[in-house]
Write a protein that binds this ligand. Sequence first.
Ligand SMILES: Cc1cc2nc3c(=O)[nH]c(=O)nc-3n(C[C@H](O)[C@H](O)[C@H](O)COP(=O)(O)OP(=O)(O)OC[C@H]3O[C@@H](n4cnc5c(N)ncnc54)[C@H](O)[C@@H]3O)c2cc1C
Length: 382
Amino acid sequence: MTIVVAVARTQRIVVVGGGVLGTMHAVMARRRGFEVVQLEREAEARGASVRNFGLVWVSGRKPGAELALALRARELWEELGGRVPGLGFRAAGSLTIATEDAELRLLKEAAGLPDADQRGFELLDPDGVRTVNPALRGEFAGGLLCRADAIVEPRKVLPALRGYLAASSEDDSGYQWLPGREVTEIAPNAVRDHTGAWHQCDLVILCPGAALTGVVGRYQSFLARDGVRRVRLQMMQTAPMAQRVTTSVADGDSLRYYPAYDLPGRSQLAPQSGTAARTRAQLLLVQRADGALTIGDTHEYDEPFAFDVDSDAYDHLAARAEALLGAPIPRVQRRWAGVYSEVTLGQALYHRSEVEPGVVLVTGPGGRGMTCSPAIAEETFF
Ligand SMILES: Cc1cc2nc3c(=O)[nH]c(=O)nc-3n(C[C@H](O)[C@H](O)[C@H](O)COP(=O)(O)OP(=O)(O)OC[C@H]3O[C@@H](n4cnc5c(N)ncnc54)[C@H](O)[C@@H]3O)c2cc1C
């Protein structure tokens, strides 16, 4: 849904939410010449946007509209990465590693699809995998290289983009960042924060992430149309590892989750067992710019979510990582969980609705939200 009518009259926009969707909306709104005020309830965003892998992930996307959105977003990330070095954008590519014959056959099937070139897919034997990524010294049957996949630094992206917005606005009227302001009321052409201050505007963009109660709670009927639900994931990060891990890495379990691999060969994969099945785990591994390894993840769909983290899941993911690296991972320094919201019904890739005249709600991109955020924001304004 493109918000053509509202945008045509707009000069000043209030963005609610300081995550990557809100911040990319601020970027795209400034590109259209609008004044932007961005409010965030926390002193700094603490939601999914800073808890993720920083994977700009094209490889797993469903053919068609989802792939097109991710490819457009990948272009925008690269362009922004050139302007904002603080994003840490790296066109590192990824390797999805097969340890069983059925996984390898499925990777071969994916590499043979008509859109394989757009993703930069190439099927590699074990020596080919080690040539591309010498850190992978474990036992495996082969891997699928995706040259289109990229990496950004999730803990740095938001302040870096805000710095870029501030630097490219001549004065405060161009871009204003207001942290520590929870929006509690929405009226035509204005929002009120918890201090009682009103912020006037022509258009409100709500990007609340997974905070679907509070001020957004009254729009549940809109969210229900796309079946928006919340998902909780567990993550960890190690101390820096001296050796470079040149690409991001996924294991064969990821073939069970990403729609790109919804191919005939998927039915031949052995069912997940034990901890992997219980926690719906897949291994994704990304080396941060400082050498640390970000490792995840699990998927919890039923609320109320656990408030604590489960060690069995971490042991499983660490063992998978060590099996592919053929070496111990450095000491785990950080563990956390994150929650995102995702659409589950119909063809929508995320939720966008005009919930009231001049008030647009954007959420629910799920596990593709970091990847697709610049393209989603672009679509709001065109
Ligand atoms: C563990 C994990 C790993 C992931 N890995 C990846 C990945 O590698 N690649 C990828 O593409 N995607 C990934 N995702 C998904 C991606 O992170 C999310 O889809 C994306 O960050 C959502 O961005 P957002 O801005 O909508 O939400 P958020 O980042 O949650 O931001 C929403 C913000 O709105 C603020 N807010 C809410 N209500 C109010 C209010 N009333 N007033 C003011 N502020 C308010 C919140 O405080 C919050 O800061 C991952 C998600 C998780 C949880």
